[in-house]
Write a protein that binds this ligand. Structure first.
Ligand code: ATP
Length: 237
C-alpha cells in the first residue's frame, strides 16, 4: 500500500530522516518506535503531505506521492491523527467531523452527514455529538481525534501517540476501538510510546533512531533486539 525508497528529510543542516526504505502492506498494523527526536512524527508529516521530503520517493497504491498537499492525500485515502489534538473547541463534536469530511471533499452533503454520524457511533462518541469539543474529557478528545481522521474514509490511517496520557483502563478502551478500525479493513501505522498498547495490536514494528531504521520485524522479536533495548530502553547487553 505504501512504499518509501531512500526517503530523507533535513531542516537546514539538521538531518532528521536519512535514506529510509520501508513499506506497509494492506491490512497490517505497523508499529513505529524510537526515542524522542528520532524522526517519527517527521515521517508522518512526509506521508500526510504536511512536509515535503528532501530526498527519496514514496508510493501509495503504486502512485508516486509528489508535492500533493494534505487535502489531496486525504482524498487519496491517507488519514492521520496529531500528537496534540487541536479540535475546533467551540464547535460540537459532530461539526468537527463535518469539517474534516468536507476537507477531503469526496462525498455529497447528505452522505457526509450520514457518514459522520456512523463514525461517531463507531468511535463511541454519539452521545457527545452535540457537546462542544473543548468540553470533552481527554479520552473523548482522543476518540474525536480518531473519528476526525476516519471521517473522510481513509484506507491508510496514521496514529501519532494516540494512547499518550491515558490511564491503563482508558488505553484499553482505545485499543479496542483501534482493533475495530483494523477489522474494518483500514491499514494502520501507529507511533506509540505506550508499548503494551501498540504491541497488543501491531503485526509488525519498525524502530527509528536518529532518523535511520535500526530494526524491523514481529513485535516480540523487535523488543528482544539488543540494539533496540540499548537505544530505546537504555538497557546495555
Ligand atoms: N519543522 C521543523 N523544523 C526544524 N526541525 C524540526 C521540525 N520538525 C521536527 N524537527 C526536528 O526533527 C527532529 C525529529 O523530530 P520528530 O518530532 O520527528 O521526532 P519524534 O521521533 O516524533 O519525537 P517524539 O517521540 O518526541 O515525538 C527533532 O530534532 C526536531 O527538533
Amino acid at each position: 500500500m505504501l512504499a518509501a525508497e531512500g526517503l530523507g528529510k533535513s531542516f537546514g543542516a539538521n538531518r532528521v530522516l536519512h535514506d529510509l526504505d520501508f513499506s506497509v502492506d494492506a491490512g497490517e498494523v505497523l508499529g513505529v518506535l524510537g526515542p524522542n527526536g528520532a524522526g517519527k512524527t517527521t515521517l508522518f508529516n512526509l506521508i500526510s503531505g504536511d512536509h515535503a521530503p528532501t530526498a527519496g520517493t514514496m508510493r501509495f497504491n503504486g502512485n508516486v506521492l509528489n508535492a500533493d498537499p494534505p487535502y489531496r492525500r486525504a482524498q487519496m485515502g491517507i488519514g492521520r491523527t496529531y500528537q496534540i489534538p487541536m479540535p475546533f473547541a467551540k464547535m460540537t463534536t459532530f461539526e468537527n467531523l463535518l469539517v474534516s469530511a468536507a476537507f477531503a471533499g469526496r462525498s455529497r452533503e447528505g452522505e457526509t452527514y450520514a457518514r459522520c454520524a456512523a463514525v461517531l457511533r463507531d468511535c463511541d462518541l454519539i452521545q457527545h455529538a452535540n457537546t462542544e469539543a473543548g468540553k470533552l474529557t481527554l479520552l473523548n478528545r482522543k476518540r474525536l481525534e480518531l473519528a476526525r481522521a476516519l471521517a473522510p474514509g481513509p484506507r491508510l490511517l496514521l496514529l501519532d501517540e494516540i494512547a499518550g496520557g491515558l490511564t491503563n483502563e482508558e488505553s484499553r478502551e482505545l485499543v479496542e476501538l483501534i482493533r475495530r478500525v483494523r477489522d474494518r479493513g483500514v491499514t494502520i501505522v501507529w507511533i506509540e510510546h505506550v508499548l503494551h498498547a501498540v504491541m497488543s495490536v501491531a503485526s509488525r514494528m519498525i524502530v527509528l533512531n536518529f532518523g535511520e531504521l535500526i530494526a524491523e520485524g514481529p513485535p516480540r522479536a523487535v523488543m528482544d533486539d539488543p540494539e533496540v533495548q540499548r537505544v530505546y530502553m537504555g538497557i546495555d547487553a
